[in-house]
Design a protein around this ligand. Structure first.
Ligand code: FPP
Length: 240
């Protein structure tokens, strides 16, 4: 019998389909996002129970700013409300909250709420919940390149020293491992500018369920599918 691969340490999720979930029920999109926030709460709890070390959620992309102002405003309010409401539970479950993206573009009140929650959970070490906010994979690579270019201009870095390891050290959350498993809900099979650098060898799992319907059983199905895969990282077979 083939050895099962150990479960994923880092799961990343593209939480898609809130709008379709709402439309199917004749509801405004906000109701889909609200139900999506509940799915976030359930998924964080399930990942914690399952011993996942890092959970990264694509909560608001850089491109999402092009949505109508009413929807982006509602999403920001929902985010603020979610972080305030969940902070005691995150703390009690020893979950550290972090955020990646162009955080300086978030409304100042939301940024303040996030910074407070990140500071209060900084010592938590059971699981890390990473919210990708104002986040784009291309933007992250551009921002890392700008930092490196600044170091070169200051004479503190020789361009010949830049390799994959040094580059990765200038990404938003350089200390976190690459995702092992990337889940996308609502059937679409694309990366949508999420963790472009980090997901080079990440295993994909796509479910047709819309994000608000994503359950612990769906998470377990995704993990089971991952455990059946053989990861080769471009090398030859590692198992006999
Ligand atoms: C995609 O659905 C989802 C988003 C753009 C935002 C994700 C937000 C949440 C899950 C809720 C709030 C998050 C937190 C962390 C509290 P969509 O609107 O693109 O759906 P559609 O493709 O069906 O229109």
């Amino acid at each position: 019998m083939e050895d099962a691969q150990k479960g994923p340490d880092h799961i990343a999720i593209i939480m898609d389909g809130n709008g379709r979930w709402a439309a199917a029920r004749g509801l405004p999109r906000l109701f889909g996002h609200r139900a999506g926030a509940e799915a976030v709460r359930r998924t964080v709890e399930a990942c914690c129970e399952l011993g996942v070390k890092v959970l990264t959620l694509y909560a608001f992309s850089w491109e999402n700013w092009d949505r109508p102002a009413r929807e982006t405003g509602e999403l920001m309010e929902l985010l603020d409300e979610f972080v305030r409401r969940e902070l005691p539970t995150l703390h009690a479950n020893h979950v550290r909250l972090r955020a990646i993206g162009r955080l300086e573009t978030l409304p100042s009140g939301v940024l303040a709420t996030l910074q407070r929650a990140m500071a209060e959970t900084a010592g938590c070490d059971r699981m890390t919940l990473v919210l990708a906010l104002s986040y784009g994979g291309r933007q992250e690579i551009v921002d890392a390149t700008r930092r490196l270019a600044t170091l070169v201009r200051q004479g503190r870095l020789d361009p010949a020293q830049i390799d994959e390891t040094l580059f990765a050290r200038h990404l938003y959350a350089a200390d976190l491992p690459d995702p092992d498993l990337l889940i996308r809900t609502s059937g679409e099979q694309r990366l949508s500018n999420f963790l472009l650098w980090q997901s080079s060898y990440t295993e994909w799992y796509v479910t047709s369920k819309c994000w608000p319907d994503f359950s612990k059983e769906d998470l377990l199905d995704a993990i089971a599918a991952y455990e059946r895969r053989e990861r080769r990282f471009g090398k030859t077979m590692v198992r006999g």
